[in-house]
Design a protein around this ligand. Sequence first.
Ligand SMILES: NC(=O)C1=CN([C@@H]2O[C@H](COP(=O)(O)OP(=O)(O)OC[C@H]3O[C@@H](n4cnc5c(N)ncnc54)[C@H](OP(=O)(O)O)[C@@H]3O)[C@@H](O)[C@H]2O)C=CC1
Ligand SMILES: CC(=O)N[C@@H](CCC(=O)OP(=O)(O)O)C(=O)O
Length: 346
Amino acid sequence: MTKLRIGVIGASGYTGADLIRLAAAHPNIEIGPLAAGAHAGQTLAEVFPHLGRVEAPTLTRAEETDWRGCDAVFSGLPHGAAQDIIKSLPEDLRVIDMSADFRLRDASVYEQWYGRAHEAQDLLAEAVYGLTEFYGPEIAEARLVACPGCYPTAVLLALLPLLSAGLIVADDIIIDAKSGISGAGRALKQNTLFAEAGEGLSPYAIGAHRHGPEIDQEISRAAGRDIVASFTPHLVPMSRGELVTCHVRLAEGVTVGDLRASLDSRYHDAAFAHLLPEGRVPATQHVRGSNHFIVNVFPDRLPGRAVVIGALDNLVKGSAGQALQNFNLMFGLPETTGLEQQPLFP
Ligand SMILES: NC(=O)C1=CN([C@@H]2O[C@H](COP(=O)(O)OP(=O)(O)OC[C@H]3O[C@@H](n4cnc5c(N)ncnc54)[C@H](OP(=O)(O)O)[C@@H]3O)[C@@H](O)[C@H]2O)C=CC1
Ligand SMILES: CC(=O)N[C@@H](CCC(=O)OP(=O)(O)O)C(=O)O
């Protein structure tokens, strides 16, 4: 079987680790160079004991890594560092970026939310937004794919079909989102220490999270005009998983059944996005470790409103899994290759 050689930048981080875990079981992938920052010089087994049986070279610094012979590179770097390193990669390498650096089409919006001017605007102009279920044909042709943030992936998969069909009122969307702590990455941070996050539930970046403009960009496109959603994330004491509870107002004459019918028709044949049977509650423990996104719609107590709830694993469908799904499309492989595993439960 033909193998494609991949490299991973940010191989010592959480998204990098899950990418390597998935890639190791992918029948068409040969794992090539792995790049890191402070962990350069260590073996994969030293950095991640759970990956100790994966055959892979010792981690190297990105700028010293030899990418020759690679077909694609996955990047799991923090935003900022991602654009600096990606712009220096050989031009014949296809790149699947998991950071936020190439998601916002407008460089001035990037500067406003990420606190620095975008320094790879030519690449930004060619990047394709990697929400696989909605940009498949463009992803297949892209050189650079910008995988969506974990929260935007869940919110957009839940809402885009409803907005495109005009079934919900675009100006009245309230998103209450919750993420496991791995969403914050592996680097040490005070707010993700066990003693500070292990037994509490806390909102953060209220009204000011950088995924707000990313969500707005895509829902505006679906609605056909500029709209803004209310978005409040919360940190939940679990290692992985993400749940988005979207409070929406039904358009005139629309029922909850119409929302379900719309999601059903959009995702009926989708490999990784699923409308649950009526009444079944989406929960993070039902998608853990898998590339599946599950969604359902419930009537609200408030007349004329509905609650759309979606769940995914932030490190799989929310980053590394979606990245691999995009890789499959880019190289003409079945979308599901290497991603067939069922969720890990309990
Ligand atoms: N965690 C999640 O659920 C999701 C994360 N993302 C995004 O994916 C990206 C990676 O996230 P995540 O894996 O969680 O982050 P981590 O903090 O776990 O890992 C970051 C990685 O980047 C490397 N790195 C950091 N700075 C530099 C640098 N200046 N030069 C070279 N390498 C560097 C680190 O290497 P070292 O440790 O060796 O220094 C590490 O390998 C981020 O942009 C994040 O926002 C997107 C969706 C979901
Ligand atoms: C729990 C937690 O901290 N989550 C991260 C989102 C992870 C992600 O998708 O970030 P990028 O947009 O940088 O890719 C956060 O809120 O910043």
